[in-house]
Design a protein around this ligand. Structure first.
Ligand SMILES: *Cc1c(COP(=O)(O)O)cnc(C)c1O
Length: 460
């Protein structure tokens, strides 16, 4: 097919939206390590998990073998409101860069929550509803996950309690109002509404909170209130499963024009968008059918993959959550205060951690001023104001395209544009005012987090 025939946007019809999610773990020879009960050090059983999570989601969390999972009709119907997400050929960016590379991005920002998180929010809310629960609790950092979950709960008539990292609660009042408009109850974290919140406040007076801390509070509320369960917007296997819709749609669209990406790039916070985008491609790679270069991009100020340890760790600061084996900076790690670009979780998906450990993907870290430079260039050429998180992927996509300019290679680059940046204007303001700075933690900074890693038998 000749170049010109590839449209700016490759849309799928409603019928082409995938009807099954793909479970990447089914094709992994070395499976991700199981979650452990921090009390016993033994793998968490389905029964133990079902006190925290919805039953069906527990099954999905533990299922390392079923490759395809039917998407319930109700979720398919919800997806139709905002999917399929467009796959865009970045002709304008290519031209501005003067690169022979072909750049594509999958845009997940076409819904009110402004990111891919709605793909899993609706699934998790659906299973909670199906189980007859009253509501769900969660944490939110920048606010995208809380917003997505609020939307899903409003749609299904579920109660939604969101613990929002205090600094974001104060800096992003508009996000908070969107959640409240969708009926969610939003509490700044740490708060005095939970025991763990009170403990953290006593230990760290004046703290502006962290994701790990908000997780502790949300879990406590879920396990102490009958009819409630906790839901998490990233990191978990089940979330990667739901997010596989991103990659499956992308692959269907690319296949229509016989396009094969050489490089696939995604930003990585807890790993859900990246895990979703790469899922079908990684599946081919694991089965030995095709090869792709896959790159995870993280902030230099929160470098879980590139400088973290592959070890069992808590997912939360309060150390009440199960232990996950992952690349981690330690559950006490909090990125420096000048970090504005999201992706601030201390750990990483166990599935992606295992794949990275086994050499199936690469990781790189980038500094935030260079991320915002890429965001600005992208906004000015492609028209979309990108989320700072997404802009990590843009940075590396641009860098790869510029390398192609030097070598003359016509590589096909695919990246995930996970969301829009309309609620990140305080960060953009800093950048525009020239007040944005970079901070790369020293080895000394990281040491404290590593020293506090839990001791788990069989680990060094
Ligand atoms: C939450 C979020 C991310 C990072 O989370 P992952 O689980 O790593 O995908 C990236 N981009 C946007 C827009 C987000 O809201």
């Amino acid at each position: 097919m000749s170049e010109q025939k590839i449209p700016y946007k490759i849309y799928l019809s409603e019928n082409e939206i995938p009807k099954q999610w793909y479970n990447l773990r089914a094709d992994m020879k070395i499976k991700p390590a199981p979650l452990l009960n921090p009390g016993t050090g033994k793998p968490l059983t389905a029964e133990e998990m079902s006190g925290i999570f919805c039953e069906e989601l527990v099954q999905q969390e533990l299922d390392n073998d079923t490759p395809f999972v039917d998407i319930p009709q109700e979720i398919q119907d919800f997806y139709k409101m905002y999917r399929p997400a467009p796959l865009v050929r970045a002709y304008c960016l290519e031209k501005a860069l003067g690169t022979p590379a072909k750049i594509y991005y999958k845009f997940e920002g076409n819904n009110t929550s402004g990111s891919h998180k709605l793909n899993s929010a609706i699934a998790q809310a659906y299973y909670a509803k199906k189980q007859g629960l009253k509501g769900v609790t969660t944490e939110t950092g920048a606010g995208q996950w809380g917003t997505a979950l609020s939307m899903a709960c409003a749609y299904l008539g579920l109660d939604c309690k969101v613990y929002m990292v205090k600094v974001s609660y104060e800096q992003k009042p508009f996000r908070r109002e969107v959640m409240r408009t969708y009926g969610a109850d939003v509490t700044p974290s740490p708060s005095t509404t939970t025991e763990v919140g009170k403990r953290i406040l006593a230990e760290h007076p004046g703290t502006t909170g962290s994701l790990g801390c908000a997780i502790s509070e949300a879990v406590e509320v879920a396990v102490t209130n009958p009819g409630y369960r906790y839901v998490l917007g990233s990191v978990l296997n089940q979330v990667l499963l739901h997010q596989s819709i991103i990659g499956l749609e992308t692959k269907t669209a690319l296949d229509k024009y016989n396009i094969t990406p050489d490089v696939i790039i995604g930003c990585a916070g807890g790993g859900s968008n990246l895990g979703g985008l790469i899922a079908p491609f990684m599946g081919e790679k694991l089965r030995g059918e095709k090869d792709y270069r896959i790159i995870a991009v993280e902030p230099a100020s929160c470098p879980s993959f590139t400088r973290g340890k592959f070890a069992y760790d808590f997912c939360d600061t309060g150390m009440i959550c199960p232990l996950a084996k992952m690349y981690t900076l330690g559950s006490s790690f909090i990125p420096s205060a000048n970090h504005a670009g999201g992706l601030r979780f201390h750990g990483m998906s166990s599935t992606l951690s295992q794949l990275y450990h086994d050499g199936y993907m690469e990781a790189t870290s980038v500094e935030q001023t260079s991320v915002f430079e890429a965001a600005e260039q992208f906004a000015r050429t492609e028209g979309i104001l990108p989320a700072p998180e997404s802009s990590h992927a843009i940075r590396v996509a641009i860098d790869e395209a510029l390398k192609c300019k030097e070598t003359g290679e016509e590589k096909t680059i695919l990246f995930g544009l996970t969301g829009t940046g309309y609620f990140d204007l305080v960060a953009y303001q800093k950048f525009n005012d020239g007040e944005m700075t970079d901070y790369i933690p020293t080895d000394e900074d990281l040491k404290a987090g590593f020293e506090a890693l839990p001791k788990v038998p069989g680990q060094d």
